[in-house]
Design a protein around this ligand. Structure first.
Ligand code: BES
Ligand code: ZN
Length: 445
């Protein structure tokens, strides 16, 4: 079938056209509209679906007819998307999806609407063919991109209804185009903002410069103190809890189709950088980092202004790997900044959101079932990959529902998630529908 006339693609485009941006309060109505759209879609394929209120955006739950003799698979995803800005960098508007060269372009196309919708359609097609080999429960939330604030409470309150044998998620990227990938680890995260205060107001940099500490310089020194010359994070104790990679993992990383050249090309850099002693694939998936997300202070306008600014700030997120904990890392970072604070300035340190890292043994029985389903659909042995991004709710799934998640990647390595021209290949979408059906069969065994 021509992809442009395939009704499944048209439906996905309708889903993507709803601007469900969780970070922006102006879109609160769109969040609800999007959740309602999903409920109707789930009902139309034969699921018992409903919208559940939380203190934040609603959660959508959809269930297949329950057969107590069968195992239950919970499929998780999110209908919220990242802000589309900067708008001028999109080739076509973010919420008017368009197909170009076999890819659907639009905010949320891959993260996560295309991926979760493939699972929904997979279940719909399977239901049309007869009873499912397993019971299915969909859980689709609207706050993943803003830290899943209300989902743990929802899991806790509904743990009976959400009880399951397996959790399946497609919200990660493939190691290479068309290469099946089981993501067996995700990094955790810990966010912090540091504000640096100096004089009571902006000063003339000639009249006071040299005698009064400059907060922008102090902020830059603090930022620079985060890494040593070999690219390691220089916070005392930062690596204390890090679980080193097993030999088979280093081997898998070395054989990964996610090549250094591809990473550099996709990132648009001529040279990669990072912690000495590890490959780029290892640095991204299996090593913790400190990343400055924003830095500011002082005059930002046209021309020059001889000012000694009163304040400066920076925002930092730490990505964490197995055995590190966000609260502990934030404490170590706070102590580091207080110790490295240059004289003459005052710091205000604000802790942000946090999420635990995730690690699954891909050779466990559920991991092997996921690998078989991937191989069946893509005709190749799946790559086993540790991913750099985070899905903080995974730790709560383990804690509250007692089940680890199987992460079956469908996004393309250059899907441009969170960036302008986010896209999802139609081919991956259709493969995702087949993958869902294969997975339900493998998990039933
Ligand atoms: N889909 C991503 C997570 C992801 C991306 C995992 C790439 C693996 C590879 C998810 O939507 C996301 O962006 N998560 C945020 C979480 C944060 C807001 C707490 C992230 O990783 O920055
Ligand atoms: Zn995302």
């Amino acid at each position: 079938m021509d992809t442009k006339t395939d009704p499944r693609v048209a439906e996905l485009m309708e889903f993507v056209s709803i601007p469900s941006v969780s970070a922006q309060s102006a879109h609160a109505g769109d969040m609800r509209r999007c959740a309602e759209w999903l409920v109707r879609k789930m009902e139309s394929i034969g699921l018992a679906a409903r919208l559940e209120e939380t203190a934040g955006n609603p959660v959508v739950v959809g269930k297949s007819p329950r057969d107590p003799a069968k195992k239950t698979v919970l499929i998780y995803g999110h209908y919220d998307v990242q802000p589309p800005e900067p708008l001028e960098l999109w080739t076509s508007p973010p919420f008017q999806p368009e197909i170009r060269e076999g890819r659907i372009y639009g905010r949320g196309a891959s993260d996560n609407k295309g991926q979760i919708f493939a699972h929904i359609l997979g279940v719909g097609e399977a239901l049309a063919e007869g009873p499912l080999p397993v019971n299915v429960v969909f859980l689709v939330e609207g706050e993943e991109e803003v830290g899943s604030t209300h989902l743990a409470g929802f899991l806790d309150k509904n743990r009976g209804e959400l009880a399951c044998d397996f959790i399946a998620i497609s919200d990660t990227g493939m190691a290479a185009e068309g290469h099946p990938t089981l993501s067996y680890a995700l990094r955790g995260i810990a966010a912090m903002e540091v504000r640096v205060f100096g004089p009571a107001q902006d000063l003339h940099s000639g009249i006071y410069g040299g005698a009064v500490a400059n907060p922008a310089t102090a902020a830059a020194r603090l930022v620079a103190s985060l890494h040593d010359k070999s690219g390691r994070v220089a916070i005392e104790g930062f690596y204390g809890d890090v679980e080193e990679m097993a030999d088979w993992e280093r081997q898998a990383a070395a054989e990964s189709p996610h090549s250094e050249a591809a990473i550099a090309r996709q990132a648009g850099v001529s040279e990669l950088a990072g912690e000495a002693g590890y490959s780029a694939v290892e640095r991204i998936g299996a090593r913790p980092t400190a990343e400055i997300n924003g830095i500011g202070g002082g005059y930002q306008g046209e021309g020059t202004k001889t000012v000694l600014p009163a304040q400066a700030f920076f925002k930092v997120t730490f990505r964490l790997v197995a055995n590190q904990h966000p609260e502990n890392i934030l404490q170590l970072a706070r102590r580091h900044f207080e110790r490295h604070k240059p004289p003459g300035v005052r710091l205000e340190i604000l802790d942000g959101h946090g999420g635990e890292p995730f690690l699954l043994d891909p050779h466990s029985p559920p991991g092997l079932a996921a690998q078989r389903a991937l191989e069946k659909v893509f005709g190749k042995k799946p790559a086993l990959m540790r991913e750099g991004g985070s899905i903080p709710i995974l730790a709560d799934f383990e804690k509250i529902l007692g089940r680890p998640a199987l992460l079956l990647a469908l996004a393309s390595p250059d899907c441009r998630a969170h960036a302008p021209d986010e896209n999802f290949p139609v081919e991956n979408f259709l493969a995702g529908i087949r993958l869902n059906k294969a997975l339900l069969h493998e998990l039933a065994k």
